[in-house]
Design a protein around this ligand. Structure first.
Ligand code: AMP
Ligand code: MN
Ligand code: MN
Ligand code: MN
Length: 314
């Protein structure tokens, strides 16, 4: 949601990683755990096909991967096939949109049954809500005549809907950039789509607890994505994590993209609430340089890896 704080500080590399087992590996710093459990494809708001995402991850020596598109499992079969071809282990993944009070939150699900009926219903319900929300955003922008370059925002959204099952604000941001209404996706969010901007519309997603319950009913593991990216006070964040744990959540993302400065604080949160740690780039687009697949710090040893719960082949 617009209230997310975006960390886009390029330039942090893997310097400082000291994993003796991999010290002879030229890619050691690029891929300390060999794990990336947060990746997007063109089935949601990424730009590459799942197989291309897997190929990039393979180049970064990823050995365990989950594609986690927003509110869809459409890319998972292609991901599995390409991972098999490349000798990478994969589990089903998804990034569910949910609500905690007025805040949109993202729940990563792993190692679940993608065909589970409750999960399928969750996904289709949210996909419908996404369409309604983007149409309302477009109506508001058009009332202010904002897109208005050549096409109305409503026309831009209709085009997106024609080509995508899961439509997101990222798609509209890209369309606004292409229409010349903003110079970058970041600027499009700031000027048109984010909180306080004329096109800001809240969302009506199912509750955080119901997202966790749904993933568990499908046999999966629930992880709260990028816990520091929500606009919440420290106290509210702790309350959210408490409720997440009580609902059956297993872990939080401790290593998120390049946000290394946040790892220590996230380790403390994980330990405080008895949650395991996950590692993911949140990769969307190879043109965006700061969070490529697999270039991630190692999960600190003081937190249990959430992938210990996965049913992996020996
Ligand atoms: P939605 O789920 O439709 O609300 O869109 C949220 C998606 O937009 C996130 O998953 C991000 O990929 C992207 N996003 C949100 N805020 C920003 C931002 N300020 N800059 C770039 N991308 C953003
Ligand atoms: Mn996204
Ligand atoms: Mn997210
Ligand atoms: Mn994501």
């Amino acid at each position: 949601m617009s209230t997310e704080v975006w960390v886009g500080t390029a330039g942090e590399t893997g310097a400082g990683e000291t994993d003796a087992r991999r010290s002879s590996d030229a890619n050691a710093n690029a891929n300390a755990d060999g794990v990336d459990l947060h990746l997007h494809s063109h089935h949601s708001d990424g730009v590459l096909a799942p197989a291309q995402v897997v190929d990039l991850a393979a180049k970064a020596s990823v050995r365990l991967l989950a594609l986690t598109d927003h509110d869809t499992v459409a890319g998972l079969e292609e991901t599995r096939a390409q991972c098999n071809a490349r000798g990478i282990t994969t589990v089903p993944g998804v990034e569910l949109s949910a609500a905690w009070h007025a805040q949109t939150v993202h729940v990563l699900g792993f190692d679940f049954d993608p065909a589970n009926p409750a999960l399928q219903k969750y996904l289709t319900d949210v996909q419908v809500q996404r369409r309604e929300r983007l149409r309302e955003i477009a109506r508001r922008l058009d009332r202010k005549r904002i897109a208005g370059v050549q096409h109305s925002a409503t026309e831009l959204v209709a085009e997106i809907e024609a080509s995508q099952t899961v439509i997101t604000r990222t798609h509209l941001a890209r369309a606004l950039v292409a229409a010349g209404a903003a110079r970058s996706i970041g600027e499009a969010f700031k000027r048109f789509l984010g909180r306080g901007a004329p096109g800001h519309v809240g969302s009506t997603y199912p509750s955080l607890a119901s997202a966790v319950e749904c993933l568990k009913a499908a046999g999966g593991v629930a992880v709260l994505a990028h816990p520091l990216r929500y606009t919440l006070s420290a106290g509210a964040r702790r309350k959210m994590l408490e409720e997440f744990r009580a609902a059956g959540g297993s872990g939080i993302e401790v290593v998120c993209g390049n946000a290394r400065a946040h790892v220590d604080g996230l380790v403390q949160l994980a330990r405080r609430f008895g949650l395991d740690g996950s590692v993911g780039s949140d990769f969307h687009d190879p043109q965006i340089p700061w969070n490529p697949p697999g270039r991630l710090a190692k999960l600190p040893a003081s937190v249990s890896p959430v992938w210990r719960h996965f049913r992996l082949p020996n």
